[in-house]
Structures are given as C-alpha cells and as structure tokens.
Write a protein that binds this ligand. Structure first.
Ligand code: TYD
Length: 140
C-alpha cells in the first residue's frame, strides 16, 4: 500500500529571535522571515477559564504561528492520520501550523495568553468545523 504523506511533519516549533536584556527580554517576528508567510492578521486568546478547550477546527488556506506570549497551554495537532501534542510555555517559540491540520488547544495555565499570527484575514468559509468532514478531506 502506498505510504501516506505525513503532513504532521510540516508542523514545527520555530525558535524566534530573543534579545536578552536585564531590563526584560524582547522577541520580534518579521513576516516572511521568521514565519514562512506574510502576516495579515494577529489575534490572541486570554482570560481562558480553567479546563476550557479552544480550537476544534482546521483551515483550507490559513497558515498560523501560535505563541504562548504568557503562561502555557497545549496544542494538539491532527493531520487526519495521527495526532501530536505540543506544550507551549516559552514566549520565544512559535508553533507553525500549515493548512489542513485539525487543532485543539487545552491545558491553559492561569493568565495564559495565546498569540496567533495568521496568513489570511478572518474568513468563516475557510474553516472546517466538522471533524468527520475534515477526515474525509484530509484523507482524499
Ligand atoms: P474561533 O476561531 O472558533 O476560536 P478558537 O479557534 O480560538 O476556539 O473563533 C471564535 C469566534 O470569534 C467566532 O465566532 C469567529 C470569531 N473570530 C473573528 O471574528 N475574527 C477572528 O480573527 C477570529 C480568530 C475569530
């Protein structure tokens, strides 16, 4: 049987530049340089109550970089064949997520801020919110 391409391998932690300073550290991100896409949108999740689960969808066109700007949380990624859990707890690492990856976020610490850089403007028609539909599309 033909071996299926492992798209989860494209999901990776990217170490971002960190300017260490006794007055406080600084990290910067330039679109197309530190992330493999131009940044069109930034959003962030905060005030997440304990036990909450976010995400629960995939995107047809959107690529993202997810950063734990403060605190920590887990990101579970699924390419339709296997799953991988990443624990994000450093503000100078970003998790790159390409197109067509199902994601869920959980295990948020108190005060966690999940910063997301996105390759596209918000577009509800880009979302796949039904897991069975995602599996059908991902396994085609
Ligand atoms: P959603 O992407 O489902 O949240 P998450 O994946 O973090 O759990 O978005 C939640 C709501 O916010 C949904 O009604 C769409 C809206 N929204 C926008 O209007 N603009 C945005 O950029 C984002 C990310 C969401």
């Amino acid at each position: 049987m033909k071996k299926k391409y492992n798209k989860l391998k494209e999901c990776k932690l990217i170490e971002l530049p960190k300017i260490h300073d006794a007055r406080g550290n600084l990290t910067f991100i330039e679109g197309g340089k530190h992330v493999p896409f131009e940044i069109k949108r930034v959003y962030y999740l905060y005030d997440v109550p304990g036990g909450a689960v976010r995400g629960g969808h995939a995107h047809k066109k959107l690529q993202q970089l997810i950063i734990a700007a403060s605190g920590s949380f887990d990101v579970i990624l699924d390419d339709g064949y296997s799953r991988k859990r990443f624990h994000l707890n450093r503000s100078y690492y970003g998790l790159y997520i390409p197109t067509m990856i199902w994601r869920e976020l959980d295990n948020f610490s108190t005060g966690a801020v999940c910063l997301v850089l996105a390759s596209e403007y918000y577009d509800e028609s880009d979302y796949i919110r039904d897991y069975e539909e995602f599996l059908r599309m991902a396994r085609k």
